[in-house]
Design a protein around this ligand. Structure first.
Ligand SMILES: Nc1ncnc2c1ncn2[C@@H]1O[C@H](COP(=O)(O)OP(=O)(O)O)[C@@H](O)[C@H]1O
Ligand SMILES: [Mg+2]
Length: 266
């Protein structure tokens, strides 16, 4: 199976090379955790490799509003809007014809734009919960047939946490759970790949941060196979200022440490 790299810092390492072409992946997590930013980041970074994205929003919010938020991100490129990144609203179809109407919209628009990445943003779990389980299952099934026939990778962004899509989650190729974990006064963003079909991944929680450079993931170094980790550590060393503790530049980057110039006591 062919991979589609996300080109997001740290994420392809977690996934052992990227997503699979033709797969359906769920990004789930509370509002504000970074799902929309991540999906746009992947779309614009792939656009530089001439890969086209169809970005379907299910929310009433206009695309202009979302793009305003993306403008501050360095990955954003206005010239790619409607050139390689195409925004389409599925809100009216969903309201008027339910998930069936959304599938026919997707079919038509995917053919029209010949996209290799499809993002469905804003599937509201509360709405899905009130629907018959069968119609949600059928939606996921049709989506899967559609994207695999077109070798298109699909990201479904939802605010749920494994409830409304639970039955369907067993059918998708991957589930990425995002959370904003608070402890005491601090908060930390984390991501956990709950399911990933067809490959080994780095399991467990990985922290990530959001800046104007988009999302950056910090895979848990200790879970990498030892040979791999050693090979990636490289030779560059930075002094920690502590005598017997040598930390390589790579390790510092991986754990998100920023060591400024520190001199060893000698
Ligand atoms: N330049 C930035 N620096 C730090 N955080 C940012 C920056 N830009 C956006 N964010 C944060 O990233 C998050 C973006 O959320 P968004 O992608 O819309 O999440 P979701 O789609 O999961 O609701 C917000 O919480 C926002 O505060
Ligand atoms: Mg969002």
């Amino acid at each position: 199976m062919k991979r589609m790299p996300t080109l997001v810092d740290g994420l392809d390492e977690i996934l052992n090379g990227g997503l699979f072409e033709g797969g359906v992946y769920i990004f789930e997590g509370p509002p504000g955790v970074g799902k929309t930013t991540l999906a746009n980041q992947i779309a614009y970074t792939l656009a530089r490799r001439e890969i086209r994205t169809l970005y379907v929003t299910m929310l009433a919010e206009s695309h202009a509003r979302m793009l305003q938020h993306m403008e501050q991100q360095i990955f954003f490129d206005q010239q790619e809007v409607s050139a390689r990144v195409f925004y389409v609203s599925g809100y009216r179809e969903f309201e008027q014809g339910g998930l069936k109407a959304v599938v026919s919209l997707l079919r038509g628009e995917l053919m029209r734009y010949r996209a290799s990445l499809l993002v469905i943003d804003g599937l509201v779990v509360d709405r899905l919960e009130s629907m018959a389980n069968d119609s949600v299952r059928q939606f996921v099934h049709e989506l899967q047939s559609l994207v695999s026939a077109m070798s298109c990778t699909c990201l479904v962004l939802t605010s749920g946490h494994g409830n409304a899509l639970s039955a369907e989650q067993t059918m998708v190729d991957g589930i990425f759970a995002f959370e904003d974990h608070g402890f005491h006064w601090r908060a930390e963003r984390r991501m956990h790949v709950r399911k990933f079909r067809g490959s080994q991944i780095i399991r467990g929680q990985h922290t990530f941060c959001i800046s104007t450079q988009g999302l950056q993931f910090f895979p848990r170094l200790e879970s990498l196979p030892l040979v791999d980790a050693n090979a990636r550590l490289g030779k560059a060393k930075i002094s920690t200022g502590l005598h017997a503790l040598g930390v390589s530049e790579f390790l510092c980057k991986r754990v998100g440490l920023q060591l400024t110039e520190m001199r060893s006591p000698n």
